[in-house]
Design a protein around this ligand. Structure first.
Ligand SMILES: Cc1cc2nc3c(=O)[nH]c(=O)nc-3n(C[C@H](O)[C@H](O)[C@H](O)COP(=O)(O)OP(=O)(O)OC[C@H]3O[C@@H](n4cnc5c(N)ncnc54)[C@H](O)[C@@H]3O)c2cc1C
Length: 384
């Protein structure tokens, strides 16, 4: 087996699989190294569905990247024939002065994103929600969810078809730069490359020690419930949703029931909580859950979607990797232009994987990108 490549990508998860795809598409010789299978359920990408939306309350500067991400997801669907995006629409709800509502409206106004103000129950897909009377409700029709496992598999398969080498179940133990070349050590041997792209997800701090103090890994609990009226919650009748309950920090969110037999994964209606869970070591994650972790999710269902309340069918855990300001870190390393980093996706990165792959590919091949990522660069942190 060839041991020398133009680029080595460490971690073939969400961002790494997309980077391998983009690089191999340009004819670059690329090796992707993944410690588990592709995909797998030990990191940040498992669990059947990930919301994608454009009215980005986290920061309006993400919107241009989202436009590109939507285009790139559509290209991948055309190339592979696999449906990766399901346009269900998305309901935002909360008090007018909540960050979620203010930020969503701001991003929509600044970037002319279609966002409909809906009064209580006025939208057919909103009829199963029961909102407090003082909540605003906004509906983004061109939002929905992506299928992470299928998307990563599609990127990986296309990468191999385009000539990439992907190693699975091989952990990168160490890497170093010597005489202008990276030497990456795994149990399958040492591989060398001119450029190194590190997309280690929850393990990024282990792979790039100077990032370690900046990243916090938490475990997040997700439930799937059995709604009393199942048919009301399928993708034709129910949207994705994001609700700010002023009594608890963070945001509650969820999905419609995904079509049976299409995507695998747990059955039922998925509900999650976007707020830091318990800190975790990615190599020793306690995958059990506490009653409180599940109770908050059931509270959301009972309060806002009472018709969906039913027995818990499944509980899973997944990892978030927080950066200090909850914005992504995408950059070349300040001390080494040949080292490219994508980390700290802070629980909202998957929807961007298709554009992040392109950006990482551009940074590895030309040292720059036309995508507006200045706000995501390391220089925003004082000691970098
Ligand atoms: C519960 C939950 C819900 C979420 N919901 C959403 C959502 O609705 N919308 C959204 O956009 N985002 C969402 N996210 C966030 C999104 O899934 C993540 O931001 C994204 O998956 C991070 O991608 P990544 O490539 O950094 O990590 P991963 O996809 O985990 O990939 C990192 C890869 O690196 C590999 N790796 C690490 N170290 C090594 C090593 N030494 N050797 C070899 N391989 C290694 C890992 O095994 C892994 O495969 C959610 C996340 C969670 C956990």
């Amino acid at each position: 087996m060839n041991k020398h490549f133009d680029v080595i990508v460490i971690g073939v998860g969400s961002m790494g699989a997309a980077a391998c795809y983009w690089l191999s598409k340009q004819g670059i010789s690329v090796l992707g190294i993944e410690q588990f299978d592709i995909p797998h359920d030990q990191g940040s990408h498992a669990g059947q569905s990930r919301i994608i939306r454009k009215a980005y309350f986290e920061h309006p500067d993400y919107v241009p990247l989202l436009h590109r991400a939507y285009q790139n997801w559509a290209s991948l669907e055309r190339e592979t024939g696999a449906q990766l995006y399901f346009e269900t629409g998305l309901l935002y709800a909360g008090r007018a002065d909540h960050e979620l509502i203010k930020g969503t409206r701001l991003a929509a106004e600044l970037h002319q994103i279609k966002l409909d103000n809906i009064a209580r129950g006025q939208h057919s897909k909103a009829r199963n929600f029961l909102m407090p009377l003082d909540y605003e409700q906004w509906f983004e029709p061109q939002a929905g969810f992506l299928t992470p496992e299928r998307a990563i598999l599609s990127f990986a398969q296309e990468s191999i078809r385009q000539g990439a080498t992907l190693l699975t179940r091989q952990r990168v133990h160490t890497w170093k730069k010597q005489h202008g070349e990276y030497h990456v050590e795994t149990s399958a041997g040492i591989f060398t490359a001119k450029k190194l792209v590190v997309c280690g997800g929850a393990w990024s701090g282990h792979l790039v020690p100077s990032l370690n103090a900046k990243l916090k890994v938490t475990r997040q609990v997700i439930v799937w419930v059995n709604p009393t009226k199942w048919d009301d919650f399928t993708i034709d009748h129910f949207p994705c949703w994001l609700i700010a309950d002023e009594k608890i920090p963070g945001a509650l969110y969820g999905f419609p029931i995904v079509p049976a037999g299409k995507l695998g994964g747990p059955l039922g209606l998925k509900v999650a909580y976007h707020y830091p869970g318990l800190p975790s070591d990615p190599d020793h994650v306690d995958r059990s859950h506490t009653q409180d972790e599940v109770a908050i999710l059931l509270h959301a269902v009972k309060k806002f979607i009472p018709n969906a309340f039913g027995e818990v069918l499944s509980v899973k855990t997944c990892l978030y990797t927080y950066s200090p300001d909850e914005h992504f870190i995408i950059d070349t390393h300040p001390d080494d232009d040949d080292l490219i980093i994508a980390a700290g996706f802070s629980g909202h990165g998957f929807k961007f994987a298709s554009v992040v792959g392109e950006i990482l590919g551009e940074l590895a091949t030309t040292g720059k990108t036309i995508q507006p990522i200045d706000f995501l660069r390391l220089k925003r942190f004082n000691n970098y």
